[in-house]
Design a protein around this ligand. Structure first.
Ligand code: MRU
Length: 356
């Protein structure tokens, strides 16, 4: 997507070096960073300089490839795999990308591993872009249908950031929104702040602003009220891991939005590439939920006099609990929007989409 009229993706190779946009600085500062050592890659994922399920997977693939360029031994393959896998537990794209590389690298002679690893990382990156475009085109049909009936601005609620910053380009939940905007369908997006890291207020609103798409940031608790009062036509969110029965794990707070949408008869869609489907997982309750530092609740990063500062918004004298994701049971999900088309959130429909 464009940033100040220049095309950017979230991760790319320039002169054989891997570059990323440091998302911890957005929207205040647009900073590009080089990732070199395996530690750089692990830290970028852990510290959320790169985040969002698909992007975490692609970053891990490049981290793996860069390390194999330096040492293509079997021991190093296992070391890289284990180190990268430990960075963040919930988004399955990380394991999926690492498994893809490990399996193929172990079947290849050491002298050919470096080239193969880079080829695979590039393939995963390019596939992610193509898949997100298709998710956008498939999701556009849903927005078009609602607009045809309503003949007025379509109000879409989204949670967290499932835009191009969460993928390589285009995004998942925001991709249909970008396509609808291009198709000149009048839309307005309700952007959940998404406490505690505020990916909605900081990143989603930045993406929408760049595309000149009308949007309004709301506190996370406002969604129910808006849905109850007819201000939301549909919800679209992303997914970090989807179980084979259609349960979806996404940013904490997604479940509450789905409950409210269900109660108010508002369609609730989840947009995801099939790389986010965990083929080995029967149900969402088995998904490992990342528990992050409780400090994220009380300590916020903010801008003052053009400087990024961090400060406490309440005294951290009591115990805190900070689960980063929750699971939305499939019965609350209207449909899944994938690169292979739209499907019901249940086992037989998901199985069909995986066969494509
Ligand atoms: O903790 P984050 O910022 O990595 O969480 C991101 C999300 O929850 C997104 O909604 C999800 O990864 C889907 S992104 C395409």
């Amino acid at each position: 997507m464009k940033v100040k009229n220049k095309n950017f993706s979230t991760i790319w190779i320039e002169n054989s070096e891997v570059k990323i946009i440091d998302q911890t600085k957005l929207p205040f500062e647009f900073k590009v960073q080089k990732l070199k050592s395996l530690n750089d890659f692990c830290k970028a994922i852990k510290d959320m300089k790169v985040r969002g399920a698909p992007l975490i997977g692609v970053t891990a693939a490049f981290g793996f490839a860069k390390s194999i360029e330096r040492n293509s031994s079997k021991i190093n393959i296992k070391k890289c795999y284990n180190k990268l896998l430990k960075t963040r537990p919930t988004a399955v794209n990380l394991k999926w990308a690492l498994d893809t590389l490990k399996k193929k690298l172990l079947k290849t002679i050491p002298s050919k591993r470096a080239i193969l690893a880079t080829e695979l990382a590039n393939l995963i990156r390019n596939d992610d872009i193509e898949n997100c475009k298709k998710i956008g085109q498939n999701g556009l049909r849903i927005i078009e249908q609602i607009y045809k009936k309503k003949k007025q601005t379509v109000n879409i609620l989204t949670h967290c950031n499932a835009g191009w910053l969460a993928t390589v380009d285009y995004g998942t939940a925001l991709s249909p929104i970008f396509y609808a905007n291009k198709a000149q369908i009048p839309i307005h997006v309700w952007v959940d702040e998404t406490r505690p890291r505020n990916q909605g207020a900081l990143l989603t609103s930045w993406e929408l602003k760049n595309e000149k798409i009308p949007h309004t940031v709301i506190v996370d608790n406002a969604g129910g009220h808006l849905m109850q009062n007819g201000k939301v036509d549909l919800c679209i969110v992303g997914s970090d891991r989807t179980a084979m029965n259609g349960d979806v794990c996404n940013k904490i707070g997604t479940y509450l939005k789905a409950l409210s949408a269900y109660e108010n008869n508002i369609p609730f869609y989840v947009a995801l590439p099939t790389s986010t489907i965990d083929r080995n997982l029967k149900k969402g309750s088995d998904i490992p939920i990342e528990i992050r530092d409780g400090k994220e609740l009380s300590d916020l990063v903010f801008e003052k006099s053009n400087k990024l500062l961090s400060g406490r918004i309440y005294k951290n004298q009591t115990s805190t609990f900070n689960p980063a994701f929750d699971v939305t049971p499939s019965k609350f999900i209207t449909a899944l929007i994938t690169e292979n088309g739209i499907c019901k959130a249940n086992y037989p429909s998901i199985k069909k989409k995986l066969k494509k």
